[in-house]
Ligand binder design. Sequence first.
Ligand code: PXP
Length: 241
Amino acid sequence: MARLSVNVDHVATLRQARGVDYPDPVQAAVLADLAGVNGITVHLRQDKRHIQERDVYLIRHIIKSHLTLEMAATEEMFEIAKGIVPDMVTLVPENAGEITTEGGLNLDENPDYLEEFINRLQKEVGCVACLFIDPDEETVKNAARLKADFIELHTGKYAEAHDIEEELKEFRRLERMAHLGFKLKLGVNAGHGLNYRNVINIANIKPIEEFSIGHSIIARSVFVGIERAVKEMMEIVRSHE
Ligand code: PXP
């Protein structure tokens, strides 16, 4: 049965849009936690445009479920992670001006730096190290070479497919890469762009342990409340053995 980690960044986006102190992503995390999710995810961007350090510290101390911190592989973020001690850090690329994370990490760019960074996360922070990557064979193999514990497969291309054929092609790619990751002894997560419709098929991919979903859940919460929105998503994600 797969797990669901709810990303509450978009609650912070709404707060920051007005520069006020509501809605509070900490409150959203507590409500999602009480609704029974397996985890909460926050992306603390270097530009701090939505989630703030204060949010992550409070969420860390209040919630009972698993905390995943998404961040760039920089020294500044490493120090913050050391102070927070999340259960998992997912390393993501960050480009200035992007609306959301645009692609997976480029593992070819600076492999020695990344390997060392992963090692320090595991040893000095004491957390699980995950790499957000595109579902590509060489990249999955590289993640194993860098000794990551987990990969998070980027589901953006699948989610944005223009027609059924493209969706099926991207689905099959995700399925193959999830199995490859499993074979290489990597834990496999998936996320980005998943919603109440397109997650149904993906939830069938056995090796995927956890789904990281934010925008669609927070958007639905506006109409039905966060508890119901979270429970509906959990039902889909957990409906497969
Ligand atoms: N996983 C990663 C690594 C992300 O950067 C994001 C977006 O912040 C998500 C999952 C969640 O994507 P969405 O908000 O589209 O569900």
